[in-house]
Write a protein that binds this ligand. Structure first.
Ligand SMILES: CC(C)(COP(=O)(O)OP(=O)(O)OC[C@H]1O[C@@H](n2cnc3c(N)ncnc32)[C@H](O)[C@@H]1OP(=O)(O)O)[C@@H](O)C(=O)NCCC(=O)NCCS
Length: 398
């Protein structure tokens, strides 16, 4: 059967405010966070007949308890989508939601789906990183990886060792800038439109409404310099220049472009290419460099074609490794214009769609930019990159 590859578009994305692990969502179920996101997507896109959703792919790193039982399916049912809509769970740790998006994108491109929902959730308060994991001891005894490869903060210290020109001062300055940019973005109302308020409860405080991220804070180079280095004595990685431990969820609608236009759904971004790559697990944060190389090559682009970057800030050192690789300045205004995970937080499997949702908003504000990119590092030594085209660019081929 002759088959045409179809264009995949990002229609709309939302997220919950991100909490600190054990903070405002301590008594909120993880699945309720992602259900809230799916419901909001359906509500704010009334042109989408819910029965037209062909798949719901939801990521979570720890898939037990309220993140278990193939969460894409249970979240779809509880979101009020028709029972005919299938769903499943995805795991690629920090790139869970990114993988959910690229999985459904593959299905859309080959014609298996017209419309899909993809997202992720991580309640790191209820499911601490690595909970229940039982890594095969041979991975260490056969020296496939160093024990430090299994502790993400230690992999960031290892990256500092390999790239000594990335000093602690540079990572602290990058972290401070992330906090400043987030505060400014909040003040200018940039982050709120895609944030879904969540009803929360606390046995002590009663009912409440989460409307803003819990983690951002005012800080300074002086304060950052005094923080402990929990992953190594006299190390460089601190609570200030790393993303924290967070709770939150995201979801997005992806569609075949022709179907989106037929239904009158917005076309916020068109997918150009994506790639994942593996690196030595001990320097996990290096992963986005080869994944970006691959994604650029597949797209026939170079880094100079990319006008906007939404990069996950798992650790300042890994973002700076990518920026250095491409000769981009630490404070380049094209990079994370509204700050990033160091300030906002990084609820592992949910973050990929937050990056995409923000990039879509940047595209609206920057019709002069044709291409933008998301990239993130991934546990056990990987990176993921997705390149998108801006439909607001004047030469965009509809
Ligand atoms: C780094 C890490 C261990 C810190 O955890 P933590 O100790 O619970 O963090 P806290 O928020 O309590 O911060 C520690 C201290 O630094 C302070 N602090 C944190 N960020 C700060 C900032 N930006 N400015 C000033 N002080 C700050 C806190 O107030 C706290 O001070 P205290 O000890 O006096 O109370 C944890 O956030 C972590 O593991 N991050 C990485 C997560 C990860 O690996 N994700 C996956 C990526 S692949």
């Amino acid at each position: 059967m002759p088959r045409e590859v179809r264009e995949v578009v990002f229609v709309d994305g939302v997220r919950t405010p991100f909490g600190k692990a054990g903070g405002m969502y301590a008594e909120t179920r993880a699945d309720d966070l992602v259900i809230r996101c799916i419901r909001e997507l359906v509500k704010r896109n009334p042109q989408l007949p819910p029965e037209r959703v062909d798949e719901v792919a939801i990521a979570a790193t720890t898939q037990t308890g309220d993140q278990g039982l193939t969460i894409g399916r249970t979240a779809a049912l509880l979101s009020g989508l028709p029972k005919t809509v299938p769903g499943y769970a995805v795991d690629r740790m920090c790139a869970g939601a990114m993988t959910a998006v690229t999985n459904v994108a593959g299905g859309i491109a080959m014609g298996a789906y017209d419309i899909a929902v993809a997202g992720g959730v991580e309640h790191m308060g209820r499911h601490p990183m690595g909970e229940g994991a039982d890594p095969n001891p041979r991975i260490l005894t056969e020296k496939l990886v160093d024990p430090s490869a299994l502790v993400m903060g230690s992999t960031a210290e290892n990256l500092h060792d390999r790239l000594p020109h990335i000093t602690k001062e540079r990572t602290d300055a990058f972290a401070l800038n992330s906090q400043i940019k987030v505060a400014k973005a909040y003040a200018n109302g940039k982050l709120q439109p895609d944030m879904v308020p969540v009803a929360i409860r606390s046995s002590e405080l009663g009912w409440g409404l989460a409307t803003v991220d819990e983690a951002p804070r005012e800080t300074s180079m002086e304060k950052l310099a005094t923080l402990k280095t929990p992953f190594r004595p006299h190390g460089r990685v601190t609570a200030g220049n790393a993303a924290g431990l967070n709770d939150g969820a995201t979801a997005a609608i992806l569609a075949d472009e022709a179907t989106a236009r037929e239904l009158g759904l917005p076309v916020a971004m068109r997918m150009v290419s994506f790639a994942y790559a593996g690196v030595e697990p001990e320097i996990m944060g290096y992963g986005p460099i080869p994944s970006t190389e691959k994604a650029l090559k597949k797209a026939g682009l170079t880094i100079d074609d990319i006008g906007l970057f939404e990069l996950n800030e798992a650790f300042a050192v890994q973002v700076l490794a990518l920026l250095d690789h491409y000769g981009i300045a630490d404070d380049d205004p094209r990079v994370n214009p509204w700050g990033g995970a160091i300030a906002i937080g990084h609820p592992l499997a949910s973050s990929g769609v937050r990056l995409m949702t923000q990039l879509a908003r940047h595209f609206e504000e920057h019709p002069e930019v044709r291409y933008g990119m998301n990239a993130m590092c991934i546990g056990i030594g990987m990176g993921g990159t997705v390149i998108w085209e801006n439909p607001n660019w004047e030469g965009f081929d509809k």
